[in-house]
Design a protein around this ligand. Structure first.
Ligand code: SF4
Length: 106
């Protein structure tokens, strides 16, 4: 195993630390203004994922703003920068999404 001097260790730490900080700043700049990821279904059970697919959930409604989750009777909007929820479809729900169970808001 190659030994490195304390000076070399400090130099490397400073270099990688600065690079790491740059990545954090870039990440904050890139992700900060995007909305939440309502397609992340990693927290769902296989059965919940299956329900989501069988109801034909799609992230972007083929009907546009005319028929999407935002104006569906089963949708509950999330607070700012959060996904909404649906009574029928498990998991995070995007306002612009759609599924085959869409029903006009009462
Ligand atoms: S029933 Fe379908 S269209 Fe209505 S809110 Fe749930 S996922 Fe969206």
């Amino acid at each position: 195993m190659k030994k490195i001097s304390r000076r070399e260790l400090l130099r490397r730490s400073a270099t990688f630390g600065a690079a790491g900080l740059g990545l954090v700043v870039l990440g904050a700049g890139c992700g900060g203004e995007e909305g939440p990821n309502c397609n992340d279904t990693s927290g769902l059970t296989p059965q919940q994922s299956s329900t989501r697919s069988s109801l034909g959930y799609v992230a972007n409604s083929p009907h546009g703003a005319q028929k999407n989750c935002t104006n569906c009777n089963f949708f509950t909007a999330g607070s700012a920068n959060e996904c909404g929820a649906c009574t029928l479809v498990p998991g995070p729900i995007a306002g612009e999404a759609y599924c085959n169970s869409w029903a006009a808001k009462a």
